[in-house]
Design a protein around this ligand. Structure first.
Ligand code: ATP
Length: 676
């Protein structure tokens, strides 16, 4: 707390009030953050820099915060970086007059393109000093690069990157500057280094999005206190500000909306101006895995709960404002579908815009809405539907549906929407109401239509045998199992973005096994043998360490793939090969453990395993357990298109699964459950 409270000197002296925020100031802060692993120090660096922005150039605060979390816009806007290595290498070469071969050799030595760029720039003789970059300028250039598409897009992207790199500082400002070992040093506040990392979509500062949110609340509270009283804010005020911003952000995860309101009205008045609103998707609530019905009964002992079918489709959040509602649809959603009845949109688990995938849902929506229902945010699952047999189809069927530019009349895979929660109704956020009340509201606001829109099937019971029957029935109805939810009291409120204890999932195939499937990132592949020689025959998979922001290897997998799938993966993955593992891959150095090819971290696959063991060959959860965890008999289940690599199963979850398995094996019952 004391580190956080003190305001101290400005972290970057050369900038006057009203000037655009110098990009060098942001890079200086990045560099300080990069040099420490202590959380408090990281937050303090962030907060001090944000205080300086607030005092000198508050208009740039929003851009600064977005760049700090390495985003160009909120997720639902759909603009992402993540430019491939080959384009960046080309641009570094062309902008610094070095050959591609040299850049590749450097990349092989150093293994970090950001540092390669910094080194290339520092070797370059300077004819003239480029005009200093500003944070806004960099953000605009990155935006243009990210949005470049169509004919000649690659070349134009390289052009954009070259322009940015040429304007970046030429200094390689590491400690000691000359003769430093660039492979060991983190590289100092070099602008080119951070530009390249932003382009790659990975800043790797150890700066979690949540820490930026906390630093922002801290900076605003400090700034407001200084303006009002000339003094630092009290610890209590800082804590209040943090609670406020966290709670607002969980319902309205949009800095574009929150920051202007916060600057206008002050942080403690945010509730009056920022609430959940149709048009801005919130991060969905998630469930914890359980291994048995008795575990559910133990956890929810003495409480009323409900068991809903767990449908196996795609999570969807539907937002709607009818034309005679009092409020308007937040303009933030870019492709909201205007229909006769009003404006609507549909978002994925990741807050991506799904309106182009499901125009049929948006078209039918007004028919499901009862009179008097003027605006809502609905949480549901879209499931492939067999129109003839009138039943749910397996998830694989949904996968065959086109992802974009679908015309409602050309849809081949019909879907039925199964609604299970209502988060907002007629101008009011319902997230803090009990689930019983929300379900009641859901029932009151919609009409079910066979094969199109249904409320999730459920039974309210705490009898073991009855739950068992519900589970069996759910499986017969092609569902994955049950979602067990608390019904009453504050514990049953909707907790956005949280994997909550108050939602438990019981999957049919948990009942033997480790408790849940894992979602893992494909880092590398091995060429096949025998029939599989023209494709990859096995793959190296990893989990994600959210603290270190690294990918930790967890298994090799070669089971569960059909030939058609292997062929498809070969095509897709080949486009993403890289010459060397990324510096943020944590893998065994042993020769026989190296895959034949490495990939950019892009694809997430769901995998099942018999159990978990410790193994020196892998790195998953090695920090927590001393040795890496590996999966025994892993089997491929499906591609998780709705998950990004950094949403893969975390090292912490794997450590917990391992510990839980061990404690069950020793008959001690499940390990204590903490929040993961
Ligand atoms: P999983 O692989 O189990 O889908 P996940 O990490 O995507 O994992 P979980 O929180 O583990 O998500 O499981 C909840 C998911 O189950 C939701 O995201 C949703 O898509 C789906 N689902 C299906 N039916 C329901 C329901 N009745 N209530 C809540 N979620 C449901």
């Amino acid at each position: 707390q004391s580190v956080l409270k003190g305001s101290g000197k400005d972290p970057y002296p050369d900038w006057k009030a009203g000037d655009p925020v110098p990009f060098a100031a942001l890079c200086t802060t990045y560099s300080k953050i990069e040099m420490t692993t202590k959380r408090l120090e990281i937050s303090a660096h962030c907060s001090k820099f944000l205080q300086q922005v607030l005092r000198l150039t508050p208009d740039d605060l929003q851009v600064v915060v977005l760049l700090m979390i390495n985003k160009l816009a909120a997720d639902y806007v759909g603009i992402e970086l993540g430019i491939g290595e080959s384009l960046i290498m080309k641009a570094i070469g062309e902008s610094t007059g070095r050959s591609l071969a040299i850049i590749k050799a450097d990349q092989k030595d150093i293994g970090d393109l950001g540092l390669v760029a910094a080194k290339s720039r520092s070797n370059q003789p300077t004819m003239f000093k480029p005009k200093p970059l500003t944070v806004r300028g960099v953000q605009e250039s990155l935006m243009t690069i990210a949005q470049t598409e169509g004919k000649g897009a690659q070349e134009r992207k390289v052009g954009g990157i070259k322009k940015l790199l040429s304007a970046a500082d030429t200094q390689f400002a590491g400690k000691g500057s000359k003769g430093i070992d660039i492979t060991k040093d983190k590289g100092g506040p070099s602008e080119s280094k951070f530009i390249v990392r932003m382009l790659e979509g990975k800043l790797r500062l150890g700066l979690a999005e949540k820490s930026v949110l906390v630093a922002l609340s801290n900076a605003v509270v400090m700034h407001e206190s200084k303006v009002k009283t000339g003094k630092d804010a009290s610890g209590q005020k800082i804590a209040e500000g943090e609670r406020m911003l966290k709670s607002i952000y969980s319902e309205l995860p949009s800095y574009e909306v929150i920051i202007p309101e916060m600057l206008k009205h002050g942080i403690m008045k945010l509730r009056d101006h920022c609430n959940l609103r149709p048009g801005v998707p919130l991060k969905p609530m998630l469930a914890k895995p359980t291994k048995s019905i008795t575990e559910v009964l133990d956890r929810f002992e003495g409480k009323d709960f409900t068991c809903e079918y767990k449908y196996d489709g795609e999570r969807a959040q539907i937002h709607y404002v009818s034309k005679d509602a009092d409020e308007v649809f937040a303009t933030a959603a870019p492709s909201a579908g205007k229909s006769e009845g009003g404006v609507s949109n549909i978002f994925s688990r990741n807050s991506e815009d799904l309106s182009k995938k499901y125009p049929d849902i948006l078209q039918r929506l007004p028919a499901w809405v009862k009179p008097g229902t003027k605006s809502f945010v609905l949480d549901c699952e879209t499931v492939a539907w067999d129109v003839k047999e009138k039943k749910v189809l397996p998830f694989q069927q949904l996968m065959t549906r086109k992802r974009k530019d679908v015309k409602a009349e050309e849809v081949t895979v019909q879907v039925c929407v199964f609604a299970f929660d209502l988060l907002y109704l007629n101008g009011e956020a319902l997230v803090n109401k009990s689930f019983r009340e929300r379900r009641e509201a859901l029932r009151g606001a919609f009409n079910e239509t066979e094969g199109e829109f249904k409320l999730a099937q459920y039974g309210n019971t705490n009898e073991l045998e009855e739950i068992q029957i519900l589970l069996e029935d759910s499986v017969k109805a092609s569902c994955e199992g049950l979602m067990v939810k608390m019904l009453d009291g504050p514990e049953s409120s909707y907790e956005p973005s949280k994997r909550s204890q108050n939602w438990l999932k019981v999957k049919k195939d948990y009942l033997s096994g480790v408790g849940d499937s894992l979602d893992l990132v494909v880092l590398g592949a091995y060429f096949g043998k025998g029939k599989r020689t023209s494709w990859y025959g096995a793959f190296l998979l990893a989990c994600y360490n959210t603290n270190k922001q690294t990918y930790e290897t967890v298994c090799n997998i070669g089971t569960g793939f059909s030939e058609a799938i292997l062929e498809e993966f070969h095509t897709k993955l080949s486009e993403n090969t890289i010459d060397h593992p990324k510096p943020f891959y944590s893998h065994s150095a042993g020769n026989k453990d190296q895959p034949d090819v490495w990939f950019e971290p892009k694809f997430v696959w769901e995998v099942k395993t018999a159990d978990l063991t410790l193994s020196p060959r892998y790195k998953a959860a090695a920090d927590q357990l001393g040795k890496g965890v590996s999966l025994r008999f892993p089997r491929f289940i499906k591609v998780r298109e709705d998950k990004k690599p950094d949403q893969a199963t975390s090292s912490r979850q794997i450590a917990e699964m391992y510990q839980r398995q061990e404690s069950v094996a020793k008959n001690k019952g499940p390990a204590a459950d903490d929040d993961f």
